[in-house]
Design a protein around this ligand. Structure first.
Ligand SMILES: [Zn+2]
Length: 121
């Protein structure tokens, strides 16, 4: 089974992970934000251990809120941080997230006189 590393839309980060794995001699392919690495099976059947280890160590060395979540032979690399740190704007009434303050202002009109609209959560 090849190991899939999904970088949640970050093709640039995926390319860096591809380079890290390729440098260790693994067979690696990349499609946009997804990297696939094939490594020889271990004698004990613990597949992809080296590739997973390399990815985790690389992501940890990068820091910046990057984290790895493991689902079997899939690693999902994401950035764990507050919406504000991602450049998102947040409605202070319901937590709705938008990419601009204008969007939030428009969104707030939908609240009308209501303080809380679960439909927009
Ligand atoms: Zn709102």
């Amino acid at each position: 089974m090849p190991l899939t590393i999904s970088c949640a839309g970050d093709a640039e980060f995926a390319a860096r992970i591809r380079d890290v794995l390729a440098e260790s001699g693994m067979e690696v392919s990349i499609a946009e934000d997804e990297v696939e690495a094939q490594e020889e099976d271990d004698d004990d059947g613990n597949n992809n251990r080296q590739a997973k280890d390399l990815v985790k160590r690389y992501v940890a060395s990068v820091g910046g809120g990057h984290s790895v979540i493991e689902f079997g032979d899939v690693l999902v690399v994401g950035i764990r941080s507050e919406p504000e740190a991602l450049g998102l704007y947040v409605c202070d009434q319901c937590g709705f997230q938008g990419v601009s303050q204008e969007g939030i202002d428009e969104h707030k009109k939908l609240h009308g006189g209501y303080l809380f609209m679960p439909a927009f959560l």
